[in-house]
Design a protein around this ligand. Structure first.
Ligand code: CUK
Ligand code: CUA
Length: 639
């Protein structure tokens, strides 16, 4: 979420005086042995990979923990000139949508693939909040392998949360919208009649990870906020927080905050899956892009799909239930046992903890408190395990450790509060600098949390770093949680606005990391597998340059016969067969930035010269002592 909105809401909720309050002793509460705890000696590796949302940068960054060292920025939804992402012909289709190429998005949440409720280190899924999309990053290559657009959605925020064997990731729409097969050209004040809330269930192929929209649930025009899958005993269920159950369409900060309680929506996804298998649901015409990177050719293809199966949740009794939750719920987290579901009302001064067993009993006994839009509402007390009293202000998100404790971020009072899941007693609290959004414990939303570190991802930095003009980096803060008291041990800036993040032991990933691609397996249609295969050839006004890159020359390096207006394709193959020897490629005046080509890979830069003249081209990545010599010329003649 964006800070200013929360601030606005909070002000309206008469909490104005507490808005943005600063914890005392900023900067002086660092643990005495902090340096030793975060110091990773030169040449030594970090213990954890931490995958951090880049917010409105549209990218995913990778940090080492506990050092806080930035290891990599993985381009996902946004073009990235450093890697030619979205500029090379091979990657352009990844950013395709039903609206055309959308070269940016707002990335909020990170879900690592799981097996038996434990992070298995195969893929990271992330969401695009703006033009509804989910992406899959392959952790063998640390590259985005797939981007899937979502129909019937607006603002894909409640996403991408995963089931414990990665069967599905879900994506709930933040903005209810008229379904795609209806005209969206309707008066906005017909919201209640025309706008629908939609949740996509996206299937994930067991072996390849390929995603598709398996089915969608459609219902009243509420806004879905975060969600989490059940675990263990609750594994067949999903829990979504909702807000704007008022179904307001204007001045939401007032009109969507009227009700004392909104809902957590409990979805029996096993039942939905069964209904779909039985052929239930309605086929709806839509258009959405499915973009995949082909592992053989290293080229993305974009396919526009045109149908989804929709279950109207009101047509299937038993599929969903509403659980009242105070007030403007945001986070919705499930503890490692799967029994406790933690709600977090942005405007609430307590944390409700619901019991899965009690929810099941309430359903069996019909302990309902009427209906909401045809959906049974379970009585608050019938579902409630208990409340954490006076935890702080503005609870947002909760993670768990391996000792039965929960940690909840408090946006308004700018702190993290540790409490015991069984007795709901607050055990400890630490200030954050400032206004924490998500927090993260490695494995902290899985069945196997760890208990060593917690990271707070903060919206505001203020006085934490040297000033850099009006805009300051957001920041992460690392806490040692191994003892009774949480201790701040490190601050580090982040790329873009961090929302959620996940971390996993480096051992789960590092052994599988690809070092380079085998040139003999390169199936790119324009590969040159050796310098003797390099060539320039013309097809009408298209000119193909099958070029090789090898320390320290381009082949060919003198190109003539190009005319103004030709479409020139530089298909550059990096012939190196060694780890960490990329070459780059750029040419004067090219609109498509540059390329960064991995060993064994072929990547294409398209260039349409507009003026006759001499155009230098060169390798952009310092690759050897003779890197400056890795260059050449293209002569362009009048058309
Ligand atoms: S949201 Cu950002 S602090 Cu998009 Cu997960 Cu709660
Ligand atoms: Cu190749 Cu520099």
């Amino acid at each position: 979420m964006k800070t200013k909105y929360v601030h606005g809401m909070v002000a309206l909720a008469l909490l104005a005086g507490l808005n943005g309050c600063k914890p005392k002793n900023a900067g002086s509460v660092v643990s005495g042995d902090a340096a030793a705890k975060v110091y990773v000696a030169p040449g030594k590796y970090d213990e954890y990979y931490n995958f951090v949302s880049g917010g409105f940068s549209g990218q995913l960054s990778v940090y080492g923990l506990p050092s806080g060292r930035l290891l990599r920025v993985i381009p996902v939804f946004s073009v990235d000139p450093e890697k030619g992402w979205g500029y090379s012909e091979e990657t352009k289709p990844m950013l395709n949508t039903s609206h055309g190429q959308v070269p940016w998005d707002d990335l909020h949440h990170v879900s690592m693939s799981q097996t038996n409720g434990e992070i298995d280190g195969r893929w990271v899924f992330v969401n695009g909040n703006n033009t509804p999309r989910v992406a899959r990053v392959d952790l063998k290559t640390f590259r985005t392998a797939e981007i899937l657009e979502l129909p019937n959605s607006g603002g894909n925020h409640s996403s991408p949360f995963i089931t414990e064997n990665s069967e599905y990731i879900v994506a709930g729409t933040r903005f209810s919208v008229p379904p795609d097969d209806k005209s969206g050209d309707v008066p906005i004040n017909t919201y209640k009649e025309n706008f629908k809330g939609t949740i996509s269930f996206i299937s994930v192929d067991k072996d390849k990870g390929n995603m598709d929209v398996a089915f969608q649930l459609q219902g009243p025009g509420v806004n879905f906020d975060l969600s989490h899958a059940g675990k263990g005993k609750s594994a067949g269920w999903f829990f979504f927080s909702t807000y704007n159950t008022e179904q307001a369409n204007t001045l939401l900060e007032v009109n969507a905050s009227k009700r004392d309680k909104d809902f957590i929506m409990a979805v029996n996804w096993k039942m939905a899956e069964k209904l779909i298998k039985e052929g239930k649901g309605r086929k709806q015409a839509v258009k959405y892009a499915s973009n995949r990177f082909d592992e053989k050719t290293h080229t993305a293809t974009s396919t526009i799909k045109n149908q989804v199966t929709v279950l109207d949740i009101r047509d299937y009794p038993g599929l969903v239930y509403m659980i009242p939750c105070p007030k403007s719920p945001h986070g919705c987290d499930v503890d490692p046992t799967g029994e406790y579901i933690v709600g977090s009302g942005k405007l609430a001064a307590l944390i409700p903890v619901f019991s899965f067993d009690k929810i099941q009993k309430a359903i069996a006994n019909k302990s309902f408190d009427g209906e909401y839009e045809g959906i049974p509402v379970i009585k608050y007390e019938a579902a409630l395990y208990g409340e954490v009293k006076k935890p702080g202000l503005g609870p947002l998100h909760t993670e768990f450790d391996d000792k039965g404790n929960a940690y909840t971020s408090m946006f308004v009072s700018s702190e993290v509060v540790k409490w015991n899941v069984k007795d709901l007693k607050v055990l400890d609290r630490v200030p954050t600098y400032y206004s924490v959004g998500h927090l993260m414990i490695p494995g902290g939303d899985s069945r196997k949390p760890t208990g060593k570190y917690m990271v707070a991802y903060n919206k505001i930095t203020k006085d934490r770093y040297l000033p850099t003009g009006p805009e300051l980096s957001q920041s992460a803060q690392l806490y040692d949680i191994s003892g009774d008291k949480m201790q701040l041990i490190l601050d580090y800036p982040t790329i873009g606005e961090p929302h959620y993040a996940q971390a996993v032991s480096a051992d789960v990933i590092k052994a599988n990391s690809v070092k380079f691609f085998r040139i003999e397996e390169n199936n790119h249609p324009y590969v040159a597998k050796g310098e003797s295969n390099a060539k320039v050839f013309r097809e009408g006004n298209k000119v193909h340059v099958n070029m090789t890159l090898m320390r320290s020359h381009l082949t060919p390096d003198n190109i003539e016969g190009i005319r103004v207006g030709d479409e020139v394709y530089f298909h550059t193959t990096n012939l190196e067969q060694d780890w960490d020897v990329p070459h780059g490629f750029a040419i004067k005046g090219a609109l498509n930035a540059e390329l960064l080509v991995m060993p064994g890979e072929t990547t294409t830069l398209k260039w349409i010269p507009t003026k006759a003249g001499m155009y230098p081209m060169y390798c952009t990545d310092f690759c050897s002592a003779l890197h400056q010599e890795m260059s050449g010329y293209v002569r362009v003649s009048p058309a």
